[in-house]
Design a protein around this ligand. Structure first.
Ligand SMILES: Cc1cc2nc3c(=O)[nH]c(=O)nc-3n(C[C@H](O)[C@H](O)[C@H](O)COP(=O)(O)OP(=O)(O)OC[C@H]3O[C@@H](n4cnc5c(N)ncnc54)[C@H](O)[C@@H]3O)c2cc1C
Length: 495
């Protein structure tokens, strides 16, 4: 596919005959003019272009997965992403089943100057894995996870979900850091950093990344690791989807007893000061085994609460001892902390944030959990069931790596505060976004940058947020994607 594959004029009739049956775009033979016309699309820089149908047909023949166009069976479900606010219509969806398919799709997008979105798990809050008029390169059928129990490593496909990774590793008595909702994609999650309930002991997910297979903008398949293409390996550990499509990740795994001391302790929000003041003093001395942090929210049936999620990744007897002072605070409404399957907590939020929810999120990295932060958290609380704040507790092994060791820049933070709003009615979009921003802005003085994977408004802030890593990222981006093919992300400007 070395020709330019789009035209800006109406297409000649000849090449269109016969293709609908192959990739199922459903036009009738009698509608000749429809079939003759090219497919309207959008270029990388947003110009209107037209794709030649014969070349789309060629792509369909080259791929082992289907190429879907508007009107095809499956197109409407394939174009959906997690956040219901992003209802976009790609010109075509290339459902890839292997690395070869990914190469073809990347070549097609590049040769046609076509806007390209990569869909892993589809969880991008700002909807970066879909687009209007471009090519959605869909990895959702690439979900295989191969665990080597002896070697304690796993190869995980670029479209796998965190639930696939957890299931495959836990079955062998192993684990690596994965996030808190099991239908999140391993792809975007890992490339941005990867926070989860085990990160205080094992570090971020990128700290457990041993290598990856990546298709870069030139269509080359590269194996990257600390030894091979180390710059690219450095860049994909925090630099997001800027550098290519990762077809497979290789993770380090850790022996793990899935029966862990874990669960939630819940207090009425009126006790928030007692809980937060205690936590601010106590959390600096937590062991690496203990992951716990506050959330403030309002339940659908009314009461507002403050909750602490707990995972103790170690001997439960030790865990009980370490937790005792927290459990002695105030009068909890519920204390569900007990030895139970790790998967209980790893899936307990899945239904609350199911696909189709309309949602907005912002966050801030916090270096110190101060009493000033406690005061502001209490003052800023919004008692609305559509709004919540959560924390991802960091510290521990996350701090074992320096700011420059990987592209992820916020090693010094103790906590990430996530401001989340979610609703179903499109009429509430403005309200939902405003609430999230209001809560975020009220606590902004405590933030030092943000976690790129959970942020909606990155325009103009990408370079400052990457701080001292930005120039190196730009240089690597310039080397591997000078034309900025991979731009549906928090975009790093090629040097
Ligand atoms: C409900 C929910 C819970 C979350 N919980 C956590 C959490 O616990 N910890 C945490 O750290 N984050 C969490 N996140 C944030 C999450 O890490 C990001 O949304 C992440 O981008 C999701 O990855 P994805 O593959 O599902 O997303 P997608 O929307 O598919 O992709 C996101 C970005 O990554 C790129 N991308 C995806 N896969 C690949 C690939 N294989 N190769 C190259 N580029 C790719 C896409 O192009 C896009 O730019 C959560 C998000 C949601 C919505």
């Amino acid at each position: 596919m070395d020709r330019r594959k789009f035209v800006k004029t109406t297409l000649a009739a000849g090449f269109a005959a016969g293709f609908p049956a192959i990739y199922g775009c459903g036009e009738k033979a009698t509608v000749a003019t429809e079939a003759e016309r090219g497919i309207a699309a959008v270029s990388l820089d947003g110009a209107e272009i037209e794709l030649v149908r014969a070349q789309i047909r060629e792509l369909g023949e080259a791929l082992s997965g289907p190429v879907l166009l508007s009107g095809d069976a499956g197109y409407d479900s394939a174009r959906k992403v997690w956040n219901g606010m992003h209802d976009k219509h790609p010109a075509l969806i290339a459902r890839c089943r292997n690395t070869r398919d990914i190469r073809h799709a990347v070549d097609f997008a590049r040769d046609n100057d076509l806007l390209l979105a990569i869909r892993g798990g589809g969880h991008s809050w700002p909807g970066k894995s879909t687009c209007n008029g471009g090519l959605m390169l869909d990895l959702s059928e690439m979900t295989n996870v191969d665990v080597d129990a002896e070697d304690r490593t796993a190869w995980c496909d670029g479209g796998a979900l965190l639930g696939n990774l957890d299931d495959a590793t836990l079955a062998k008595g192993l684990v690596t850091t994965a996030g808190v909702v099991s239908h999140t994609g391993v792809g975007g999650f890992t490339l941005g950093g990867g926070f989860g309930r085990l990160n205080r002991k094992y570090g971020l997910t990128i700290d457990n990344l041993l290598g990856a297979e990546i298709v870069t903008a030139d269509g080359q398949v590269r194996m990257v690791s600390a030894e091979n293409e180390p710059d690219l390996f450095w860049a994909i550990r925090g630099g997001g989807g800027n550098f290519g499509v990762v077809s497979r990740f290789r993770f380090r795994l850790h022996p793990f007893d899935r029966n862990v001391l874990s669960g939630l302790i819940v207090w009425p929000v009126e006790q928030a000061r007692d809980v937060l003041e205690f936590y601010a003093d106590w959390q600096g001395g937590l062991s690496r085994e203990l992951y716990t942090g506050p959330a403030m929210l309002t339940l659908p049936d009314g009461p507002s609460v403050i909750a602490m999620e707990v995972v103790y990744n170690g001997d439960p007897v030790q865990g009980e001892k370490e937790l005792a002072p927290l459990r002695a605070i105030g009068t909890p409404i519920d204390d569900g902390v007990k030895v139970q399957d790790y998967k209980v907590l790893q899936t307990h939020e899945d239904a609350t944030v199911a696909h189709g929810i309309r949602s907005y999120a912002k966050n801030g990295m916090v270096k110190e959990f101060t009493q000033g932060l406690v005061d502001d958290m209490i003052d800023a609380f919004i008692p609305d069931p559509r709004a919540a704040i959560f924390t991802h507790t960091c510290g521990g092994a996350v701090k074992d790596h320096g700011e420059l060791d990987t592209a992820f820049p916020h090693r010094n933070a103790e906590t990430m505060i996530v401001y989340f709003t979610g609703w179903m009615d499109p009429e509430q979009d403005a309200d939902g976004k405003a609430m999230c921003r209001q809560w975020h802005d009220a606590l902004q003085a405590h933030h030092g940058g943000y976690y790129d994977n959970i942020e909606q408004e990155t325009a103009g802030t990408v370079s400052s947020n990457y701080g001292p890593n930005y120039e190196r990222l730009r240089e690597i981006k310039g080397r591997f994607d000078a034309g900025n093919l991979f731009r549906m992300n928090s975009n790093i400007e090629p040097a």
